[in-house]
Design a protein. Structure first.
Length: 305
């Protein structure tokens, strides 16, 4: 699990670097992670730009459809700053939950407690009695962090319910590069749990795809060198296998598109702006990289949202 926890740090450092170059605005990430010691490759920065914008496009569509009368459960949230950014845009759901390994949660809570720009928005959105905060969980009326292992959904459900998860509210679950670190059986259990628990729900999964070709093999080998095993990589064979796993887990509809496609759907004026930030030497490498990640989304909709 150590190497998997390390990916949280890597992703946060990459995001902070891209933000510092001007790819997108995130005033909160600086409070969670140090500035990168070395420059990140332009391909990586553009990849994160597409990931952040693609996922946030779907999240905002869900918030608009439900008029924010919903809850968000961010699985394996790491040092994500979405809660604070949504609050700034007046788009907070009724409650925002984050789940991650207890060690990562403890670090995040420490940062929140010691940095007023992070703690103040939580206090401002809090109403009611006491704000619960201990080393592995934080619970306020609008924001909650829970330390749990996603491989055990009964434990996860119990902890979320303790923090007032409401299974009757439309629920959006988000997992970014999380399921691939579990065995296919463990991720199927998590997806089935989500599909059977919430009558109205959407699941967003950002993850590797097309992993059986040579480029995919190199990606796997690079991670293995760092003792990081992609236990669920067989489900990342293709866009079809990604869609299928969602449908087999009880979701009614499922879509999947690779990140090159996502990149072409983003507002092109902004894409032009970010492409002017850094010169990209290897267009081909960028395209290959983007064809090996995808966004999938599935829904279950008993009230015809």
């Amino acid at each position: 699990d150590e190497a998997v926890r390390g990916t949280c740090e890597d992703a946060s450092v990459c995001k902070r670097f891209a933000v510092s170059v001007g790819y997108w605005k995130d005033p909160y990430i600086q409070y969670f992670v140090r500035q990168a010691k070395e420059r990140k490759a332009p391909e990586i920065n553009r990849g994160y730009y597409a990931r952040v914008h693609g996922v946030s496009y779907l999240i905002k569509a869900f918030l608009k459809k439900t008029e924010c009368n919903c809850q968000i459960v961010n699985l394996g949230a790491g040092m994500d700053t979405l809660f604070w950014r949504l609050k700034d845009e007046n788009l907070l759901p009724r409650k925002y939950f984050e789940v991650d390994f207890p060690m990562i949660v403890a670090r995040k809570i420490h940062n929140i407690k010691s940095k007023p720009p992070l703690s103040k928005p939580i206090m401002e959105s809090h109403s009611g009695d006491s704000l619960l905060i201990d080393s592995h969980s934080l619970d306020s009326s609008r924001y909650s962090i829970v330390g749990a292992d996603l491989r055990f959904s009964s434990d996860l459900e119990e902890k979320l319910k303790k923090h007032n998860l409401d299974v009757h509210l439309p629920t959006l679950l988000v997992a970014e590069c999380v399921l691939v670190y579990m065995t296919p059986q463990q991720s199927a259990n998590l997806l089935k749990w989500a599909a059977s628990t919430f009558p109205v729900a959407m699941f967003i999964n950002y993850e590797q795809v097309n992993m059986t070709d040579r480029f995919g093999q190199i990606m796997i080998e690079n991670l293995q060198r760092r003792q990081c095993n992609l236990a669920g990589v067989e489900v990342c064979r293709s866009l079809d296998s990604q869609r299928e796993r969602l449908l087999l887990s009880g979701w009614e509809t499922a879509r999947a598109i690779d990140m090159m496609k996502v990149y072409s759907f983003l507002p092109q004026a902004d894409v032009k702006r970010i492409e002017a930030l850094e010169f990209l030497d290897e267009k081909e490498l960028f395209e290959q990289l983007m064809q090996h990640y995808c966004i999938c989304w599935a829904s279950k909709d008993s009230s015809n949202l």
